[in-house]
Design a protein around this ligand. Sequence first.
Ligand code: SAH
Length: 395
Amino acid sequence: MIPSVYLVKGREKSLHRRHPWIFSRGIARIEGTPALGETVDVFDTQGKWLARGAFSPHSQIRVRVWTFEQEDINVAFFIKRLTQAHALREHLALRDDLTAYRFIASESDGLPGITIDRYEDYFVCQLLSAGAEAQKENLLEALKTLYPNCSIYERSDVSVRKKEGLKERTGVLFGDTPPASLIIKEHGIKMGVDIVHGHKTGFYLDQRDSRHAAMKYLSQKRVLNCFSYTGAFGLYALKAEAKEVHNIDVSELAQNMAKSNTQMNGFDLSKAHFIQADVFKLLREYREKGERFDVVIMDPPKFAESKSQLQGACRGYKDINMLAMQILNPGGILLTYSCSGLMDSALFQKIIADAAVDAHRSVQFIERFQQAADHPVDTAYPEGFYLKGFACYVK
Ligand code: SAH
C-alpha cells in the first residue's frame, strides 16, 4: 500500500498548476507511515487523487511530486524522464558545439532534487532530497541502460542535504574515476574540468550563454574578469580578440587551471594575466591607483544562501558593482551577474541602480542575461530562474 497524504482545503490549487512542492503546513493528515523518501499518493479533501511524490519528513517541503500521472516510480519512469531531457540537450550540443551540459535540472526536468551534469561520458549526480536519495538505484539503472559506456560520479557534498536528513556523499557510482582534468568543449573552446575537486560538479555550465553573449563587447578591449574560476570568460575574451584580459580569483587551483586552459587553446599568453587576489580588496587598490579597464566582468559566487543572508548579500553586490563602475573608462561596459536565487531580477536591477548612484556614474542597461538553455525553467516552477545578469553601458 502506498501511503496517502491528504491536503488542507485549498492547497490543491498549486498542484493543479503542476507546481511540484507540498509544504508541511499544506498537509491535513497522512494515512500510513511513509519512510524517508518513500513514494506517497497525494489527495485533495474530497479524496480525489492528485499526484505521486516523495516524502521528506525533515524538510518544510514535505512532498516533492514525481508525477501527475498514475504511473509507478521505477526504472522505466526514470528512463522516460531522462529521454525527455536528452532531446533538448542533444539539440543544444549540436547547436553550440558542446560536450558538456546540464542534463537534468531537477524540478524543471520533472525530477525534483536531482541534478545531473554531463561532461563527455561522465555523468555527475547531485542528489539533494530524500526522494532523490531513495530512488538512487532506479536512477542509476536508467542511466546505465541509456548510456552503457558512461561513468557516473556523485557530488552530493551540498549542505542542503542536512535539511532532508541526509549526509553529504561523494565518489564513483559506476565506471571510471574521473581524471584530474577532463577536457570538455563549449562553442569550440576547450576547458579542463576537475569533477572530483572542482566547484559544484566541476564547472559553471550555467554561464555558457552569457559567456558567448559577452563576446560582442570584448574585441580590442582591456578586460577585467572578476571571480574568474578556471578562466572561462577570459577564454571567450581571447577568442573575441580582446587586447588583454586580467583574471582575478582567490583560488590558486582555479588560477592554475585557467592558465593551462589558456595555453591549451593556443591563445597568446602574453595577453592573459592571472591574479590571485580578493576582488573586494584589489578593485579598491585599482580605483586608488587609477588602473582602468574597458570592460569589467563581475560573476561572483552565490552571496545569499538563505533569506537571513539576503540583506548582507545586497550590500556585497552593491559594493563590487560600484567598484567595477568606478574603474571603467568612460563608455565602458559592465557585465554583471547574480546567481543568488533569493534575489530576483527586479531587486538585482535596483542594486545596480544604487551602485551607479554611489559610484557617481551615469549607467544604462543595454542587455539582459539568464542561465544557459540547458538549465531550462518549467513554466510551473518559476523558482527555477536563479541566474540573472545585465550588460550596462557606463558613461
Ligand atoms: N565566472 C566563472 C565562475 C565564477 S564562480 C565561470 O564562468 O566559470 C566564483 C569564483 O569566485 C570562484 O572561483 C571562487 O574561487 C571565487 N571567489 C570567491 N570569493 C572571492 C573573492 N572574494 N575574491 C576573488 N575570488 C573569489
